[in-house]
Design a protein around this ligand. Structure first.
Ligand code: GDP
Ligand code: IMO
Ligand code: MG
Length: 428
């Protein structure tokens, strides 16, 4: 019963979309299990470039059944906009399946996400403003609206009434906004029912049946380990479980079905939004990484903060996710540096620490301790095997593997599908 989990090992944008696409033709199902349209996955296929937000990256592979799992929060206009955009480019989206248990993002939660951030002022998270946090909060406080509620107008109305009772107090009395009416929300949501209905299914049952037929199910994480609401740099995180454990709850499959955990890490590291970042660069090197790596957000266009590879983070990701295979992406971006610093440990309040500090305060105080590896100047974008890489690039990858606690199974040397050095089969 091969269920394979694919997650980000850092703060997101590691190249999960490309990795999923790469495996695409060999899997039967690709399931998005967490997050929503806060994600942005860029997939390059030949001359075509796709930016996916809500749809699983497997949607680009003919034959794959793409699934939006119960753990996802869905902005319905965004879903249909994305489907229309792909259809206009001749991508078939008819096999898409959407969980009846997934929550929807009503427009009031987009509004609340933005005003919350404004009210937080200097303590803001730097969210994507897509209503993700408020929608997961509603799920936990049990006033959320689920996909299945759109099939029963009476129930939907009751749920919206319940949700708005609280929201309107907040909007009017605290945020000085206008109250929202039940009718406008019900109408907004019901407008999508007809189009949504054919996609909706009991996806947990569907995946169980697929696994029993020995079909391959790939569970594709949005965001990443350090953005996980439990295991990330809280409160500077997203509001879902982006780590491997979240794959099971977010898709509704058993942990014993998972045979492999693939994690994606950049050969350096980036972060979008606020929060601590020990190896962040504020100098020309940071600017150079951003420029060469094209480090601008796929979703919001914000410049990504850039820094050197962080081994304590990689070891942490290995431990929390139980990584069986690490894919190191964007090695090509490091071409041209005389030497490349790698953070091997932190100094926290005068003490050397090999692991992530236990407290968030400690993480804010962490200063990177670097070792310096010799760089290379050769263009590596055409490399397809380890032997094609210059000795120093090979040594860099080997150093990461020795120190990070995960075996490296593939290396990215460019954005295109085939710009990958595959060291071992990621599925078998
Ligand atoms: P995701 O959110 O993890 O799917 O990653 P994003 O798509 O947001 O960001 C990764 C970016 O790096 C995308 O623009 C990819 O096309 C690009 N990319 C992926 N792998 C490589 C690689 O090995 N080298 C280079 N130069 N670009 C890559
Ligand atoms: P992919 O899947 C990078 C960040 C936001 C913000 C924090 C909370 O493309 O790797 P949210 O809107 O989720 O409440 O914002 O999380 N964030 C991401 N950063 N890549 C992502 O997704 C992200 N999704 C959310 O920038 O700091
Ligand atoms: Mg991204």
């Amino acid at each position: 019963m091969p269920a394979i989990v694919l997650v980000g090992a850092q703060w997101g944008d590691e190249g999960k979309g490309k990795a999923t696409d790469l495996l695409g033709s060999r899997v039967d199902y690709v399931v998005k299990f967490n997050g929503g349209n806060n994600a942005g996955h860029t997939v390059v296929i030949g001359d075509e470039k796709y930016a996916l937000h809500l749809l699983p990256s497997g949607i680009l592979t003919p034959g794959v059944t793409p699934v939006i799992g119960n753990g996802v929060v869905i902005d319905l206009p965004v879903l249909f906009h994305e489907i229309d955009g792909l259809n206009a480019r001749n991508v078939d989206t008819s096999k898409l399946v959407v969980s009846a248990n997934a929550h929807v993002i009503p427009s009031y939660n987009r509004t609340l996400d933005k005003v919350n951030e404004r009210f937080l002022g200097s303590r803001k998270i730097g969210t994507t403003g897509r209503g993700i946090g408020p929608t997961y909060a509603d799920k936990m406080t049990r006033v959320g609206i689920r996909v299945q509620d759109l099939f029963d107008e009476k129930i939907l109305r009751q749920k919206v009434e319940g949700a708005l009772e609280l929201k309107n107090h907040l909007l009017v009395k605290v945020y000085n906004r206008r109250a929202i009416t039940v009718n406008e929300v019900v109408d907004e949501l019901l407008a999508h029912t007809e189009r949504l209905t054919p996609y909706v299914a009991d996806t947990a049952l569907l995946l169980d049946q697929a696994l029993k037929r020995d079909e391959v199910v790939l569970l594709e994480g949005g965001q990443a380990t350090l953005l996980d609401v439990d295991h990330g740099t809280y409160p500077f995180v997203t509001s879902s479980n982006a780590t491997a454990g979240g794959a099971c709850t977010g898709a509704g499959i058993s942990p014993i079905a998972v045979t492999r955990v693939i994690a994606i890490a950049k050969a350096y590291i980036t972060r979008v939004g606020e929060g601590p970042f020990p190896t962040e660069l504020f100098d020309d090197d940071g600017e150079k990484l951003r420029k060469i790596g094209a480090e601008f957000g796929t979703t919001t266009g914000r410049p990504r903060r850039c820094g050197w590879f962080d081994l304590p983070i990689a070891r942490y990701a290995s431990r929390i996710n139980g990584i069986t295979d690490l894919v190191v992406t964007k090695l090509d971006v490091l071409t041209g540096w005389e030497q490349i610093p790698v953070c091997v440990a932190y100094e926290v309040d005068g003490q050397r620490l090999e692991e992530l500090p236990m407290t968030q305060t400690g993480f804010h105080h962490a200063k990177p301790i670097y070792e310096y590896l010799p760089g290379w100047s050769e263009d590596i974008s055409g490399a397809r095997s380890l032997e094609d890489l210059p000795a120093n690039a090979r040594a860099y990858v080997q150093f990461l593997e020795e120190r990070c606690g995960s075996r490296i199974s593939a290396i990215g040397v460019g954005p295109e599908r085939d710009q990958t050095v595959v060291l071992r089969d990621l599925l078998n």
